[in-house]
Design a protein. Structure first.
Length: 264
């Protein structure tokens, strides 16, 4: 079993990382930071996002595990006191793999043939870089849907629906549902300008395209990563072909995680 560990970088997470590494190496597991089969993230959900982006080029070959050193997370759902059990299970191949959907973001530029693809585990958001109103024509399945005016748009995965999406009034979507959700960030709605106002949940193969009305400079976030794009012709959001895989060692139902994180 080839493994890698990604630490949040604080003292507590680094200490637990060292402890786990020694334990795993002592069990003849192989540290392979280039092409691991298992990636353990130690910290929080944000650490798992970082681990995902570090290994997204080999995402179909990797299974992720998240250990939390702060509060319980959605991805980081193993406690520090459980790591021995977790490592034993890894060593003995005693786990199941579950797959969660990702968002694919495809940016097409004015320059013909130029495009960039991104994968998001939580969400992608789009705003103006200068804080002014984002104006975008929104097409769904190549038909014009609305002209959006507002602070921005957020397109989230089911597992990301408990993150920023939730703060925007989006629904919590079970990760077994292959869908993406688009939520508005402070849309302008009055007698002149109109948007749908509700979050939209789109199934696989239903592409949302946003096209600039006046080409400007856009700020896009892909999870925790911030990027600026110029010369954008259109941006397409959809359920990605790729999925993220998580190693599951014990049942911890999604709705239980929702309860434990938000209710008590
Ligand atoms: P951060 O500012 O530390 O993250 C904000 C919070 O979101 C943290 O408590 C983080 O948990 C939690 N979180 C991350 N993924 C989650 C998920 N799938 N479900 C529920 N909570 C989740 O920054 P970060 O750790 O780098 O995470 C980036 C994410 O922050 C973005 O993808 C976005 O979803 C979220 N965010 C939320 C808001 C908001 O709610 N208003 C605003 C901006 C960004 P940990 O403490 O365990 O890391
Ligand atoms: Mn964080």
């Amino acid at each position: 079993m080839r493994f890698a560990v990604v630490s949040k970088g604080d003292t507590k997470s680094n200490a637990l990382t060292d402890k786990m590494m020694n334990y795993m190496l002592g069990m003849d597991m192989v540290l392979d930071e280039k092409s691991p089969e298992i990636v353990v993230s130690v910290g929080g959900d944000g650490t798992l996002l970082q681990a995902f982006h570090r290994y997204q080029h080999i995402v179909s070959d990797v299974s992720f595990v998240g250990v939390h050193t702060g509060h319980l997370g959605f991805y980081a759902d193993w406690g520090q006191d459980e790591v021995e059990r977790l490592i034993m299970a890894l060593k003995n191949d005693d786990f199941e793999v579950v797959e969660y959907p990702l968002v694919e973001v495809m940016i097409h530029y004015d320059k013909v043939g130029m495009e960039t693809k991104y994968l998001a585990l939580n969400e992608a958001t789009l705003r103006m870089t200068n804080g002014s109103t984002l104006v975008m024509d929104v097409d769904i399945r190549n038909r014009h849907f609305e002209r959006f005016r507002g602070d921005g748009l957020c397109i989230s995965t089911p597992s990301g629906s408990t993150a920023y999406n939730k703060a925007l009034g989006g629904a919590i979507i079970h990760p077994s549902i292959e869908a993406v959700q688009m939520t508005e960030i402070a849309s302008i709605n009055n007698r002149v300008f109109r948007t749908v106002g509700s979050p939209l949940v789109l199934p696989k193969h239903h592409f949302v395209n946003v096209r600039p009305v006046n080409s400007e400079e856009y700020q896009m976030t892909i999870d925790h990563v911030n990027l600026v794009h110029k010369g954008v012709k259109s941006i397409q959001f959809s359920v990605a072909e790729e999925k993220i895989r998580f190693a599951r060692f014990r049942p911890f139902p999604f709705w239980q995680r929702v309860h434990d994180s938000f209710i008590s």
